[in-house]
Design a protein around this ligand. Sequence first.
Ligand SMILES: [Zn+2]
Length: 102
Amino acid sequence: MTALGIPAFARDPACELGGSFPFPSWMERMMASEDDLLALLVCPLGKVPLRREGEALVCTRCETRFAIHDQIPNMLIEEAKLPEGCASLDQLPCVRCGDAKL
Ligand SMILES: [Zn+2]
């Protein structure tokens, strides 16, 4: 006499796990990689965070724009675009604060 008439081999433990698998952490990291990269990058002049604006990264303090080519940000200050009304690097807030080493 078997309980409920169901043999043990028919109760597949895999069915009980259905849908409860954790999302692999490496997959989450891949999906967030661009934000992670942005979080690591800072303005080379003032070491302050950057924000994404289209195909450029913009310093949140001195407003200098660093272009992104093929997903790779160009962090060279020589090739960065200075904000409106700023004629030279030494006028930038990030340089004037004294953190920059030009
Ligand atoms: Zn800056």
